[in-house]
Ligand binder design. Structure first.
Ligand code: NAP
Ligand code: MG
Length: 404
């Protein structure tokens, strides 16, 4: 069989530990035999980040800006223990954080759903995609613990020296204080990414904040979204028959639980952090969550939502058998190939991405799966637990059949 052609390279970001092992098997068994794969390769493994003083991460993000589509393997975010383990010269920043800030993007997380694994919320039939504004608010806050009575004030001095001053509270006792901020430019980028992704995936977009209580801060988010929607996206939304819907966060939570899914839910930073954990847990498994970073000018970086699965990697190093779920990483590849195909108008490549996903789902529905999924499957379904390599080879069998 002739291999499927590509015209523009994908930006390939390799990673660490167990997912690095899976990365190679996925490429060798599920991509390279079928696709004349073109990639510009960046090794974001911690060893190479140390060697290049993290320049490789910056280069990979700039390449994504240039080419428009990247696929990324999970990577270690160093902490103190990793500094010792890898003998690092410094505690390098999270690669995802670095890439996100260069692309100025928003992360969209969505579960991969199969019929034999029922979400905890019975009426959820379609994926709920969470879009989290990953900038500012409580993650960049300034806090003071006050120990005795006194006056807390919010003071802003602009570049011309004009001062705005508001009393926060006249403390009659000890207490706590917190200062938050966000920037119009960041909120606007967030809004553009959300509207673009909704159009791209033809799904409704929900957005929720607490603007009734936060009359300037959250209100700014609400107004910016509304303004950008009307000005740039309303027409396209109407043409596609999708809607933009704003509601208070409490109302949104109730509606999400009663819904059947199938939309994007955009949230401020803290709300997105909390709600994405709730939604992903209720859908079943972190190993079945995809993640895509979308920049406001429409560049895409695909990855799995989970980490490098360190616990499995240490077992692997000891020569023990591991059953790590490769599905989210496979979908990162299929997502990136499909997006590349869309940009370059390559139907065969697009169909390959679809067939790779179908073969993966069929394998799961046939009862073949990795260990992590076995206990999540509905009662009465016959399952066979496989190690990672065996599972990927089963997917390959199905893929070969469907491509033949
Ligand atoms: P993790 O790698 O997501 O794994 C946490 C646990 O979740 C695993 O021990 C495993 O549970 C289960 N799990 C996750 N993915 C799985 C899969 N594909 N198949 C089967 N089980 C899976 O999170 P972590 O252990 O907290 O972090 C490990 C490293 O990943 C850290 O260095 C962190 O910095 C990094 N990280 C990277 C990213 C990223 O690059 N996007 C994201 C998060 C974390 P059991 O042990 O019970 O089997
Ligand atoms: Mg969290």
């Amino acid at each position: 069989m002739e291999k499927i052609k590509m015209s523009t390279p994908l930006v390939e970001m390799d990673g660490d530990e167990m997912t690095r092992i899976l990365w190679k098997i996925i490429k060798d068994e599920l991509i390279i035999p079928f696709v004349d794969l073109k990639t510009e390769y960046y090794d974001l493994g911690l060893v190479e980040r140390e060697k290049t003083k993290d320049q490789v991460t910056i280069d990979s993000a700039n390449a994504t800006k240039k080419y428009g589509v990247a696929v990324k393997c999970a990577t270690i975010t160093p902490n103190k223990q990793r500094v010792e383990e890898y003998n690092l010269s410094t505690m390098w920043k999270s690669p995802n954080g670095t890439i996100r800030s260069i692309l100025d993007g928003t992360v969209f997380r969505a579960p991969i759903i199969i019929d034999t694994i029922k979400p905890v919320v019975k009426n959820w039939k379609k994926p709920i995609t969470i879009a989290r504004h990953a900038y500012g608010d409580v993650y960049k806050d300034t806090e003071i613990r006050v120990e005795k009575p006194g006056k807390a004030e919010l003071i802003y001095t602009d570049v011309d020296g004009n001062v705005t001053k508001n009393t926060i509270y006249d403390f009659e006792c000890a207490g706590v204080l917190q200062g938050l901020y966000n920037k119009d430019s960041s909120i606007e980028s967030f809004a553009h990414s959300c509207f673009k992704f909704a159009i791209d995936t033809k799904q409704d977009l929900w957005f929720s904040t607490k603007d009734t209580i936060s009359k300037k801060y959250d209100q700014t988010f609400k107004l910016k979204f509304q303004e950008i929607y009307e000005k740039c996206y309303k027409e396209e939304f109407e043409k596609l028959g999708i809607t933009y819907f704003y509601t208070l966060i409490d109302d949104a939570v109730a509606r999400v639980i009663r819904s059947e899914g199938g939309y994007i839910w955009a949230l401020k930073n803290y709300d997105g952090d909390v709600m994405s954990d709730m939604v992903s847990t209720a859908f079943g498994s972190l190993a079945m969550m995809t993640s895509v970073l979308v920049s406001p000018d429409g560049k895409y970086e695909f990855e799995a939502a989970h980490g490098t699965v360190t616990r499995h990697y240490y077992k692997y190093l000891k020569g023990e058998e591991t059953s790590t779920n490769p599905i989210a990483t496979i979908f990162a590849w299929s997502g990136a190939l499909k997006k590349r195909a869309e940009f370059d108008k390559l139907d065969d490549l697009y169909n390959f991405g679809v067939k790779l996903e179908e073969a993966s789902i069929k394998t799961l529905l046939d009862g073949y799966m990795t260990k992590d999924l076995v206990n999540l499957v509905s009662e009465g379904v016959k399952v066979k637990s496989l190690n990672s390599k065996e599972f990927i080879l089963k997917i390959r069998e199905n893929l070969e059949k469907s491509l033949a």
